[in-house]
Design a protein around this ligand. Structure first.
Ligand SMILES: [Zn+2]
Length: 473
C-alpha cells in the first residue's frame, strides 16, 4: 500500500487516486530566467522518482509541468521587476529570447539527469486567454478587484480559508516581511492576479483591464485545471513555494472550482551548500552545467537519491565523492550481472526478500535512502552469486536491477550493455566535450581531471589533429 506525506494534513496518508488506475500530477515548473542549478536537480529528481514509481505500479500518469516564461516577479510580493525582463536587460536580449534560451538549458539538464519528461510542458504565455478568463471568473465571484492602475488583486480577506495550507493567519504580515507592498492594494496580503504593464513592454497582452501580464500564482491554477480537471491527485513543488505560491493556488482553485483541486500536496526540501542556504544572491547556486563537468549528471542524480525528498541535502565535495564511489560500486555489480545473465527470472528466496523490501521502501512515501540501503544489500548478496557464476540467481538479479535500478531509480551506467562501444552515453559525450573546451581554454588541470573521470567511466581520450577520439577501454 502506497503512503504519501500530504502537506495538507501534515501526515502520511494512503494514496487513493481520483480515477482508478490513473494519476494526475502537477508540479510547478521553472521560471526560465537563468541556468538550471542544483536546486532544480533536487526538486525535479524528487518528482521524477515519484513519476517513475507510479509508472512502475502500473498507473497511467498524466504529469503536467508549467514553464513560467512571464510574470514572476523578483520578490514574492507584487513589487519589483519581472525576473525575465530583468535578465533580458542584463544580457541585452529580448525577454522571449531569454525565456526560450533558459527553457532549452533546463530541458538539456533534465535530460542529462535522466529525468523523464512530463506528459505536458505548458508555457504560461501560451495560455493567456485561459488566464484572463479565470481572472474574470474570480472577479465575478467577488474575490478579485480591479484598481485604477489596471491591476487585479485577489482579496484574501474575502476568502476565509486563506492560510489553510501553510497554517498562517492573516496578521498583516503574511505577504512577506521584507517586501514592499504595492500601493493600490486593499490589504497587504492581497496578491496580484493580473499586473498592468506599460504599452512599450514587449511581453504584454490586451485584457479587459488594459495592457498587462498575468501574476505568477494564477498560471498554475489555470494550467492544473485545464489539463487535470477540477479535482486531481497530486500537486508538487519545493517547500519554499508552500507560501505564498501554493497557498494562493489553493485559494484561487477553491474559488474557481468550489473546492481545493489537489488531494495531496507534496513538497520537496531544499539544498544547502556546505551548510549554507543556496541562492543566486549568495553566489553558491551551483549551476548544473558546472556540476556535470565536474562530476557527471548521473552522479548528481545518485547523490540526490541518497536523501529523502523531504530532507534537506547538504552539498559538499566530500559528500559527492563518496556518492560517486558508491555509484561506481553499484555500476560494476550491475555490469557483472549483465555479463552473466541475458534473461530475467522472478526473484526467489533471499533475493525476493530484498526486492520486496525495495518496494516497501518506495511505498513508504518514496523513501529512497532506505531503497538504496536495500540495493547495497543486493550488491553484497548478489556479488556472491556472481562470483560462483550462478546463472539462475544472476537472472533473478537482472530482474531486480531492471525494475529497481533502471526503472525506478533511473540510474545509467557507462557501459550498461555489451554494445556500449556503439552507444556512447550522453554523460561521456558531455565530459569529452567539456575536456576539449577546458583544453582550448588552456585549463589543463581541469582537462586532466576530466580525463581521469572518463577513464573511471571506461574511456580513453585521444587528441587528434582537429578534435578528439573516445576509445572504449
Ligand atoms: Zn506553481
Amino acid at each position: 500500500m502506497l503512503k504519501v506525506y500530504n502537506t495538507k494534513t501534515r501526515r502520511k496518508e494512503e494514496f487513493k487516486p481520483v480515477v482508478d488506475g490513473h494519476v494526475g500530477m502537477y508540479v510547478c515548473g521553472p521560471t526560465v530566467y537563468g541556468p538550471p542549478h542544483l536546486g532544480h536537480a533536487k526538486s525535479y529528481i524528487a518528482f521524477d522518482i515519484i513519476h517513475r514509481y507510479f509508472n512502475f505500479l502500473g498507473y497511467k500518469v498524466k504529469y503536467v509541468q508549467n514553464i513560467t516564461d512571464v510574470g514572476h516577479l523578483v520578490g514574492d510580493g507584487d513589487e519589483g521587476e519581472d525576473k525575465i525582463s530583468r535578465q533580458a536587460k542584463l544580457e541585452k536580449l529580448d525577454p522571449y529570447q531569454i525565456a526560450y534560451k533558459y527553457e532549452c538549458e533546463y530541458f538539456d539538464a533534465m535530460d542529462a539527469l535522466n529525468i523523464l519528461r512530463p506528459s505536458i510542458s505548458a508555457r504560461a504565455t501560451g495560455f493567456i486567454i485561459d488566464i484572463i478568463e479565470a481572472v474574470k471568473e474570480i472577479i465575478d465571484k467577488g474575490y478579485g478587484y480591479v484598481t485604477k492602475e489596471g491591476n487585479v488583486y485577489f482579496d484574501v480577506h474575502k476568502y476565509h480559508k486563506y492560510g489553510q495550507l501553510s497554517n498562517r493567519r492573516l496578521d498583516g504580515n503574511v505577504s512577506g516581511e521584507r517586501i514592499e507592498i504595492a500601493s493600490d492594494k486593499r490589504h497587504a496580503e492581497d496578491f496580484a492576479l493580473w499586473k498592468a504593464v506599460s504599452e512599450n513592454t514587449l511581453m504584454k497582452w490586451q485584457s479587459p483591464w488594459g495592457w498587462g501580464c498575468p501574476g505568477w500564482h494564477i498560471e498554475c491554477s489555470v494550467l492544473g485545471r485545464k489539463f487535470l480537471g477540477e479535482k486531481f491527485d497530486i500537486h508538487g513543488g519545493g517547500i519554499d513555494n508552500l507560501f505564498p505560491h501554493h497557498e494562493c493556488e489553493c485559494a484561487q482553485g477553491d474559488v474557481l472550482t468550489g473546492d481545493v483541486p489537489m488531494n495531496y500536496f507534496l513538497h520537496n526540501n531544499l539544498v544547502t551548500v556546505n551548510g549554507t542556504k543556496m541562492g543566486k544572491s549568495l553566489g553558491n547556486s551551483m549551476t548544473l552545467s558546472g556540476l556535470f563537468t565536474k562530476y557527471g549528471p548521473i552522479t548528481i542524480r545518485f547523490f540526490v537519491l541518497q536523501f529523502h525528498y523531504r530532507s534537506v541535502i547538504d552539498f559538499s565535495d566530500e559528500a559527492i565523492s563518496s556518492a560517486q564511489k558508491q555509484l561506481n560500486k553499484i555500476g560494476e555489480f550491475v555490469l557483472s550481472v549483465e555479463r552473466l545473465a541475458k534473461e530475467e527470472r522472478n526473484p526467489t528466496g533471499d533475493l525476493a526478500d530484498i526486492y520486496k523490501a525495495c518496494l516497501e521502501a518506495m511505498d513508504d512515501d518514496f523513501n529512497t535512502p532506505v531503497l538504496l540501503a536495500e540495493v547495497l544489500k543486493l550488491v553484497k548478496v548478489g556479488s556472491g552469486y556472481v562470483k560462483e557464476e550462478n546463472k539462475e540467481k544472476a537472472q533473478e538479479l537482472l530482474y531486480i536491477i531492471n525494475k529497481v535500478v533502471y526503472d525506478i531509480m533511473g540510474l545509467k551506467f557507462a557501459a550498461e550493455k555489451e554494445n556500449a562501444e556503439e552507444v556512447i552515453s550522453e554523460e561521456v559525450k558531455a565530459l569529452a566535450k567539456a575536456r576539449w573546451q577546458a583544453k582550448k581554454n588552456k585549463d589543463f588541470v581541469k582537462a586532466d581531471e576530466i580525463r581521469e573521470k572518463l577513464s573511471c567511466l571506461g574511456y580513453d581520450i585521444k587528441d587528434t589533429k582537429d578534435g578528439y577520439d573516445l576509445i572504449k577501454k
